[in-house]
Structures are given as C-alpha cells and as structure tokens.
Ligand binder design. Sequence first.
Ligand code: SAM
Length: 291
Amino acid sequence: MTTHSIQLKKNQENTIELIDFYNQATEDYKFWSNDYNMHFGYFIPFKTNPFKRDTMLNEMNKQVLKRLNIHSNKHRLVDLGCGMGSTMRYALKHFKNLIAYGVTLSEFQLKEGNQRLRGENGIIIKEDYNQTSFTSNSFDSAIAIESFCHSGHDIKSIKEAHRILKPGGRLVIADAFLKKSPSKLCYGSKYAYEKLCSHWNLKRIEDINKYRDVLLCNGFSDVTIENISLHVAPSVLHVPFAIAGFVLKQLFQTKSLKRESLHNLKGSFYALISGLHLNSFGYYLITATKA
Ligand SMILES: C[S@@+](CC[C@H](N)C(=O)[O-])C[C@H]1O[C@@H](n2cnc3c(N)ncnc32)[C@H](O)[C@@H]1O
C-alpha cells in the first residue's frame, strides 16, 4: 500500500467513525441542550444567566448570526455541519427573510433535524461540507459552528465555503483552535489535545495564526479573529455537572452506557481540560468575507 492509499483508508475510517459517533450520540445532547445546540455557549455578564445553559448556547447562535449582517432582503444561509439544525431554527425564528440549508453526515441528524424544521423555511441535507452539490456563488452567508474541526480545519472546507458563497458573502466560524503548532505544546496540553481529538473524532485542530493566512490565501478578505474564550468558559464549566447528571440518569434508567456516549462524555471532559490550558487553546469567532 502506498502512503497515499494508507492516508485515504485512514480518512475513510475516520469518516465512518464520525458518522457512527453522531448517529449514536446525538440523542445524548438533549441532556446538554433542550434546543439540541451541539456547541458551547457565549456568556455576557448581566445579560445571560451563567446557570442557565441554553440561554448561553442560544447567545452563541445570536453572536454568530449577528456577524453575518443579515439585512431585510431575501437571504440564503448555509450551515456547514449543522447538527440537529438548532442554529438554523434560531435563525429562521429571528429573520423572516431567510432560507436556510444545513449539511451533516449523520442520518440521525438528517431525519430528526428535518422533523424539527417542519413548516420552516429550512432543510437539512446529507452531504460532506468539503464537497457539496450546491451551485457556485449561491449563498449570501455560511456558518460553521464547531464543525470544521472534524476535518482538521482543512483547507478543503474553506475552499468549498468560498465556492458556494456569493461575492461579498460572509463566512462565520465558531470553534476551538490552538495558539501554537502542536509540536510546541507542553506535555499536559499535548495529552489533552490528543485525547480531545480522538474522543470527539477531530482530525486535528489548527493553529489560529496559520488559519488566518489560509483564509486570506483562499479568496477571503476582511478576516476578523476574536478570541472569545472568556465568554465561552462559563458554559465549559457546565461540563462536569452535565456529565455527572447524564451518567447517573442513564445508569438509573438503562443500567448501561453506549460506547459512543462514553466516547462523547470523555471528549467533553478533555474539552474542559484543554480549556484550562489557556496558553495553548482558545475559542474563536472568525468572520471573513468572500472578496
Ligand atoms: C459538534 S456538532 C455541531 C453541530 C452544530 N453546528 C451545532 O452547533 O449545533 C458537529 C457537526 O458537524 C458535522 N460534520 C462533521 N464533519 C462533517 C462533514 N465533513 N460534512 C458535513 N458535516 C460534518 C457533524 O455531522 C455534526 O453535525
């Protein structure tokens, strides 16, 4: 086998694992969010309640959408890695001029997410965000919340987002990034990084400084990178309590835990540990415009 075919096989295995992971573990997110938000939250002092997780998770939706500058004319939005469509539902509720598309690899999310979107101007389709069937220059905006990390913040995701956006269209990414290259991480950060990637099926996490260059070199301009780690931290601190509650409930009800659930829970734990390494990890909101 050549190095190329070994890498290809590895990528295929990762994708199958990712699909299994989300088909089996998505239901567990009900415990994290009533609205099925599969991301961290955004805390604003005196505005969002740090004890009410869903208000912070929905505030993240609001912050992402705010950066798209949606006006009153017809607007086509695509959510690249949309989960159960929670951000799409939030957007459709707040912007009546919106048509929203979401893409996911998970059959479970496709079926359940579309049921939740019934009667709304939105649809979820099963496609790879690195290679969609959308026409070029067809969207006014694109979002990717904690989804591009699954492809290792690959250049392919950026190229595809750029292809399907109209000139002047905006891309907003909300995700965790490294602050330095993986080879420069200290022992503790490296351990947390590797465990986080393997438990949440993330190929890798990019160095934020490199990511800016990748966006600029691939047709995006006006790239704004905001470190929002402190806004995100209060929702990350919910992780141990959410895990403990979930495990107790599962064990009480079914006396067992699915392999994927355990994997997901361990991933959440390593996300918390990574978050404590402030010198190595950060959570960022990136806004970029197709030139
Ligand atoms: C952590 S969830 C976030 C979901 C959603 N953005 C949210 O915030 O609720 C990651 C999502 O990315 C999707 N995903 C990962 N890799 C993908 C790919 N190559 N193509 C399409 N979707 C992908 C998963 O199916 C899942 O829906």
